[in-house]
Design a binder for this molecule. Structure first.
Ligand code: 3HC
Ligand code: NAI
Length: 727
C-alpha cells in the first residue's frame, strides 16, 4: 500500500496503489504526501500527474478506518491543500472510479482527465456522512450549486461523459488516460494556475438562492425520511455560498462530527459492508465462495414474460447476455415483446447519454422471442417466471430436463414454493436453484438465491456470480416456504391487520412506519403489490374461501388468531391499485395516489362492532414496536432454522428488497440498537397476553442472546453456532 513515482518527459507520475480500490488509508495518505512533496520540490520536474493503480483512481477514504481514526481523515484536507497550492500544474488521470475522498483529491488538482468508462462522485451520503475533505466547498465552486447539490445529496456515480458536460472533468479519453494527462500537463506548462485553484474561485450565484436551498431541504426531509446525512450535505453546500472557503471547510468538519454522533454513519457503514459480506457465502459442508469457480453464463432464456419475466430479460440484456424469451401463446408473446422492447429502448437511451452506445443494441445482449421450448436447447441458464403454481412449474421443469443441454442451469423465480419439489422432477437436481428477483426486476437490487437440498456448489457460485454481473446484491438463503424476505412479511402484516381490528386506520399504521423510515407502510405496500396475490395463496391453503373448513370461526384458524380483513376486501373486488380500490382509494384502476377511503373507515368500524374486538388504538410508537418486533422475531426464527446464515444477510434483504431505511442499518441491526433485552421483554409481555399469536413468542435464540446481555451484532454468529454459518 503506497504511492509510487516515475518520471515521464519531466512530468512526475504518482500512482496511488492500495488494492482493490485504492482507498485512502492512513499510510497511503502519508505516502501520497511524501511523494507529492518530493516531486514538487524536485527542480527537474515540471508538472505532476496523479493516477491510480488497479484500474481505479481512488474510491475515497478507507471506510474500515472510520471510527478508529476519524480525525486522521482531516489530513486529506492537508494533502488537498498542498496539491492545490502547488506551483507546478497537477493533473488527475481518472480511470475506474474517483469517489468521495478520491474525487476530492482530484478536485484539488488543477486539471482532470477521465477515461470514458470512468465514474466520479461524492457518494458519502450513502454511508451516512458528507464529503469531509473539501468536496462540499470545491464542487459548488466548480460546477455551480444546483449540479453540485444534486451530486452530493444523491451520492450519484456520474459517468465520465456527463462529468465532462457538467464541468467536473476537463477532458474525456477513450484510452491511455495517463498519457493524455501527461500531454495536458505539458500543454499547460507556463500558464497561470490561479483560476484553476477552486478554493479561491467564487461560487456562481443563482436567482432566489435561499428559496432554492429551502426547497431542497424540504424535499430532502420528505424523501429521505429521517436520514440526517442528506440534510447535512445541503447545510454544507449552503456554507460554500455564505462563508469563505476556510470557514466553509470548518463547517463541513463540524457537520461531519455531529453526524457521527447520530449513530447513522455506523449503521449505514454496517449496511455497506454487509452487502459485500453476503457475497462471501459458505456452506455447512465447507464450501467456500472463493474455492468454487462459477460457470460462465454466455446465453440465457426466460420463460414467462409477465411482470417479472420482462424485467429479468431486461436485466440479463443490460448485462450484455443474449436472451431467448419464451411465452405460452402468440398474444402473451406480443404483449411481452412490446413490454421488453419498451424497457430496452430506455436502456439504449441511457447508454447513449453515457456515450457507451452509438447504435441500437450496442452494449446490450440481443433478445429473441419464441413460443418454442426447442429453441432453448443450447442456452447456459434458464430462468422460469410463470405463474406461482407448483404443478405448472413442475411441468415446465420436467420439460426443460429433456430439452436443455446437460450442463445448463435451471432457475426458478418462485416467491416461495419448494425448490426441492421443483428440482425433484428434473434429471439434474444439483443444477436447480431459486433466483428470486424483486419487482421491478430490472431495477430492484435484491436477488435471493435459494439453494435446494441437492443444489451443487458450482450452481450456487454461478447464480451468485450472475447476480453480481446483473448489478444485484445476491444473498444465499435456504429453502423454506417463502424463503427469507416474504416469510418475515407474514408476522409483520399479521400485526398490521390486528392493529386495524383494535382501532387503528390503515393511514395511521402506514404513517407510523413511514415516519420510522420505511419507503412505504404495509397497507400502501399491499395495495401496490395487489391484495389478490396473498388472497389466492390463502385460498389455496384453505385458510379462506370455499375450501376453508366450515368450523373456522371468523377470527381464528387452528387455534391461532386470524384477521380476515384482507380476504373481505378481496371478496369485494378491492385488490389495491390495480382495481382502483384496496386499503385506500385511487383516482382510477392502476392509479398511484393513495387517498384514505371513508368506505374503509366504515367497513372497519362495522367489523369491530360485529366482532366486538377489544379496542385499543395504538400510538405511533406502539405501532412501530409491534410491527418491527414481529419482523425481528421472525428474523431470529430464520436464523435458528438456518435459512439465513447471519443477521447481515437478513439486513441486506430487508434494506434492498423491502424499503427498510438504510440509515438504520437493517432490521436486525436495529434490534441490536434497541437492545435485545428490551426486544425480548416486549415480545414476551405481548405473547403472554396473546397466546393465540404464536409468531410473537420470543424465539429461543433471541432469549439466549438477551440472556447474555445482547452482544454486538458481529458476535451473534458465534452464538447461533456454526451449523448454519453462511449456509
Ligand atoms: N474503503 C474501504 N474499503 C472499500 C472502499 C472504501 N472506500 N470501497 C470499497 N472497499 C472495499 C469493499 O469493502 C470490498 O472489500 P472486500 O473485497 O474485502 O469485500 C472491495 O473494496 C471491493 O469493493 P466492491 O465489492 O464494492 O467492488 P465493486 O467493484 O463492486 O465496487 C466501488 C467498487 C464502486 C468503489 C464500491 O466499493 C464503492 O462504492 N465503494 C464506496 C465508495 C465510497 O463510498 N467512497 C467514499 C468513502 S468516504 C470518504 O471518502 C470520506 C471523504 O469525504 C473524506
Ligand atoms: P405474471 O402473471 O405477471 O406473468 C406470468 C407469465 O407467465 C404470463 O405472461 C404467462 O403468460 C406466462 N406463462 C404462464 N404459463 C406459461 C407457460 N406454460 N409457458 C410460458 N409462459 C407461461 O406473473 P409474475 O408476477 O411475473 O410472477 C411470475 C413468478 O415470479 C411467480 O412465480 C411469482 O410468484 C414470482 N414473483 C413475482 C413477483 C411480483 O411482484 N409479481 C415478485 C417476485 C417473484
Amino acid at each position: 500500500m503506497a504511492a509510487t513515482r516515475r518520471l515521464s518527459h519531466s512530468v512526475a507520475v504518482i500512482t496511488i496503489n492500495h488494492p482493490p480500490v485504492n482507498a485512502l488509508s492512513h499510510s497511503l495518505r502519508r505516502s501520497i504526501a511524501k511523494e507529492f512533496g518530493d516531486a514538487s520540490k524536485d527542480s527537474s520536474i515540471e508538472a505532476i500527474v496523479l493516477c491510480g493503480a488497479n484500474g481505479n483512481f481512488c474510491a475515497g477514504a478507507d471506510i474500515k478506518e472510520f471510527g478508529s481514526s476519524t480525525l486522521d481523515s482531516v489530513s486529506l484536507n492537508n494533502i488537498n491543500d498542498t496539491i492545490e497550492r502547488c506551483k507546478k500544474p497537477v493533473v488527475a488521470a481518472i480511470e475506474g472510479v474517483a469517489l468521495g475522498g478520491g474525487l476530492e483529491l482530484a478536485l484539488s488538482c488543477h486539471y482532470r482527465v477521465a477515461n470514458v468508462q470512468a465514474r466520479v462522485g461524492l457518494p458519502e451520503v450513502l454511508i451516512g456522512i458528507l464529503p469531509a475533505a473539501g468536496g462540499t466547498q470545491r464542487l459548488p465552486r466548480l460546477i455551480g450549486i444546483p449540479a453540485a447539490l444534486d451530486m452530493i445529496v444523491r451520492g450519484r456515480h456520474v459517468p465520465a461523459t456527463e462529468a465532462l458536460q457538467l464541468g467536473v472533468v476537463d477532458e474525456v479519453v477513450k484510452a491511455n488516460t495517463v498519457d493524455a494527462a501527461i500531454q495536458l500537463a505539458r500543454k499547460v506548462l507556463g500558464q497561470s494556475l490561479e483560476t484553476r485553484r477552486l478554493s479561491t474561485s467564487p461560487v456562481q450565484s443563482i436567482p432566489n438562492m435561499d428559496n432554492f436551498l429551502n426547497t431542497a431541504m424540504t424535499k430532502a426531509k420528505r424523501q429521505f425520511r429521517g436520514a440526517q446525512a442528506p440534510l447535512a450535505c445541503i447545510e454544507a453546500v449552503k456554507a460554500s455560498i455564505v462563508l469563505p472557503f476556510q470557514k466553509g471547510l470548518e463547517k463541513e468538519r463540524e457537520l461531519f462530527t455531529s453526524l457521527w454522533s447520530t449513530g447513522q454513519p455506523q449503521a449505514q457503514q454496517y449496511a455497506f459492508f454487509s452487502e459485500r459480506e453476503v457475497g462471501k457465502w459458505t456452506t455447512p459442508s465447507g464450501g467456500r465462495w472463493d474455492k468454487v469457480a462459477p460457470k460462465a453464463i454466455r446465453t440465457a432464456a426466460v420463460i414467462g414474460l409477465g411482470t417479472m419475466g420482462r424485467g429479468i430479460v431486461t436485466s440479463l440484456s443490460k448485462a450484455n447476455i443474449p436472451v431467448i424469451a419464451l411465452e405460452q401463446d402468440t398474444k402473451q408473446l406480443d404483449i411481452g415483446r412490446q413490454a421488453v422492447n419498451a424497457l430496452l429502448d430506455r436502456e439504449v437511451l441511457k447508454l447513449k447519454q453515457q456515450g457507451k452506445a452509438s447504435s441500437p443494441g450496442d452494449g446490450l445482449g440481443s433478445v429473441t422471442f419464441t413460443l418454442d421450448f426447442g429453441d432453448l436447447h443450447n442456452v447456459d441458464l434458464i430462468i422460469e417466471a410463470v405463474y406461482e403454481n407448483l404443478q405448472l412449474k413442475k411441468e415446465i421443469f420436467h420439460k426443460l430436463s429433456a430439452i436443455a443441454k446437460p450442463d445448463a442451469f435451471l432457475c426458478t423465480n418462485t416467491s416461495g414454493l419448494n425448490i426441492d419439489e421443483i428440482a425433484s422432477v428434473t434429471n439434474r437436481p444439483e443444477q436447480v436453484i431459486g433466483t428470486h428477483f424483486f419487482s421491478p426486476a430490472n431495477i430492484m437490487r435484491l436477488l435471493e438465491v435459494v439453494r435446494g437440498h441437492h443444489t451443487s456448489l458450482t450452481t450456487i457460485a454461478t447464480a451468485m456470480n450472475l447476480g453480481k454481473s446483473l448489478g444485484k446484491v445476491a444473498v444465499l438463503v435456504g429453502n423454506c416456504p417463502l424463503f427469507v424476505g416474504n416469510r418475515m412479511l407474514g408476522p409483520y402484516l399479521e400485526q398490521a391487520g390486528y392493529l386495524l381490528e383494535e382501532g387503528c386506520y390503515p393511514e395511521e399504521v402506514d404513517q407510523a412506519l413511514e415516519e420510522f423510515g420505511f419507503a412505504m407502510g404495509p397497507f400502501r405496500m399491499m395495495d401496490l403489490a395487489g391484495l389478490d396475490v396473498g388472497w389466492r395463496s390463502r385460498t389455496e391453503q384453505g385458510l379462506t374461501g370455499p375450501n376453508a373448513p366450515p368450523g373456522f370461526s371468523a377470527r381464528q384458524r387452528n387455534g391461532k388468531r386470524y384477521s380476515p380483513l384482507a380476504d373481505m376486501l378481496c371478496e369485494l373486488g378491492r385488490f389495491g391499485q390495480k382495481s382502483g380500490k384496496g386499503w385506500y382509494q385511487y383516482e382510477k384502476a392502476g392509479g398511484r395516489n393513495a387517498k384514505p377511503d371513508p368506505w374503509v373507515r366504515d367497513f372497519l368500524e362495522k367489523y369491530r362492532r360485529t366482532h366486538q374486538t377489544e379496542q385499543h388504538p395504538a400510538n405511533p410508537q406502539e405501532i412501530q414496536d409491534r410491527c418491527l418486533y414481529a419482523l425481528i422475531n421472525e428474523g431470529f426464527r430464520i436464523l435458528e432454522d438456518g435459512i439465513a446464515s447471519g443477521p447481515e444477510d437478513i439486513d441486506v434483504i430487508y434494506n434492498n428488497g423491502y424499503g427498510f431505511p438504510k440509515h438504520r442499518g437493517g432490521i436486525m441491526y436495529y434490534a441490536a440498537t434497541v437492545g435485545l433485552t428490551k426486544v425480548f421483554n416486549t415480545l414476551d409481555k405481548y405473547s403472554k397476553a396473546n397466546a393465540d399469536v404464536p409468531s410473537m413468542k420470543p424465539t429461543f435464540l433471541l432469549k439466549k442472546l438477551a440472556a447474555v446481555g445482547g452482544p454486538p451484532i458481529k458476535e451473534w454468529r458465534t452464538q447461533i453456532g456454526n451449523s448454519n454459518s453462511r449456509l
